[in-house]
Design a protein around this ligand. Structure first.
Ligand code: ZN
Length: 319
């Protein structure tokens, strides 16, 4: 989730660096696995909001589960202010790095809550809030993120993907994002891909879809391709509370059927047990960050706890 929208996903950090060699998990490409899922999260937290149940169920059956944080979640001034106890207009690059480090830590913790390994979190380290600009870039220019002032991939408590594989970071360029995705899909050869939907109200979430779709096409990916919805328009989810006994619903908002632009019922509904819904809640709570001016932020993230998870298959008809 994110910042420039009035909702959920954060982007985040911790103050102590742990120079562990968790990078080995992707420095040495994992062998292909007959049951392997990859969840792409535009920001740290999207993975559990959309796919905590899917990950739990996959882990329980022995599947390989990887989470890819495409950005560091380092472009959220209200969260950087909340974490560092500063006014929003006084946060600087170091504060965004503090947020980034915390959010990475939180994703690792959340993955462990679901039964996964922290080492299966892959951090691409691209710039939060600039994914759309990167995707639209036609001249492959190098971007400098306005908040951290970084212009190349990084991660703070493990190595970013590109550095772990190539020994140096990748510049913030369109071709870098696509190149990392193509390489990762080629290495992991997942049987299921999950990414945010193209109808999502957050540009980073739409761009994540476009990048992952393009990479999947480039490698001739033949597995299942699912999307999940975080910032559904004009409002989402329904019911807008934690309701572990209830399914997701479509509703009319101001005369418009929500979620906008997607078929309902969704093509795939995955039931969660009560215990799985509870663990999903705990994994979302692992992403708790104070956000200045958005006191309901955490509650909105937790409202994705339902008796199911829902997915769409936008590429099914084009293949
Ligand atoms: Zn997000």
């Amino acid at each position: 989730m994110s910042h420039n929208r009035p909702r959920v996903c954060l982007e985040s950090t911790l103050l102590f660096a742990i120079p562990i060699c968790l990078l080995a998990a992707f420095a040495q490409p994992s062998p292909t696995h007959p049951d392997s899922i990859v969840v792409f999260a535009p920001h740290p937290d999207d993975e559990v909001i959309g796919c905590a149940g899917i990950m739990m169920q996959a882990l329980a059956r022995g599947a390989q589960v990887k989470v890819v944080a495409i950005t560091n979640g380092d472009g959220f001034p209200a969260a950087a202010a909340g974490v560092t106890h500063k006014p929003v207009d006084q946060v600087g690059p170091d504060d965004f790095l503090t947020l980034s480090r915390l959010r990475q830590t939180e994703s690792r913790t959340a993955l462990e809550i679901l039964g996964g390994r922290a080492a299966d979190l892959i951090v691409f380290g691209y710039p939060d809030s600039d994914l759309g600009n990167l995707y639209d870039s036609t001249d492959d220019k190098v971007f400098r993120q306005q908040f951290t002032k970084k212009n190349e991939t990084y991660a703070l408590i493990q190595k970013d993907y590109h550095t772990s594989v190539h020994g140096k970071p990748a510049p913030y360029q369109r071709s870098s994002v696509l190149g990392d995705l193509v390489e990762l899909l080629t290495t992991l050869q997942p049987t299921e891909i999950y990414v945010t939907d193209e109808t999502d109200g957050h540009i980073d979430h739409r761009a994540a879809f476009w990048f992952v779709r393009d990479a999947a096409r480039q490698v001739g990916y033949k597995g299942a391709f699912y999307t999940y919805l975080v910032h559904g328009l004009p409002s989402w989810p329904f019911p807008p509370e934690i309701t572990p006994n209830l399914r997701f619903e479509s509703r009319k908002v101001d005369g418009e059927v929500a979620p906008r632009g997607l078929p309902w019922p969704p093509p795939r509904r995955v039931p969660l047990t009560r215990e799985q819904a509870q663990r999903k809640l705990e994994s979302i709570q692992a992403h708790n960050i104070p956000v200045v001016g958005l006191p309901d932020h955490q509650k909105e993230m937790e409202s994705f706890v339902k008796s199911e998870e829902v997915f769409w298959t936008p590429l099914a008809r084009s293949r």
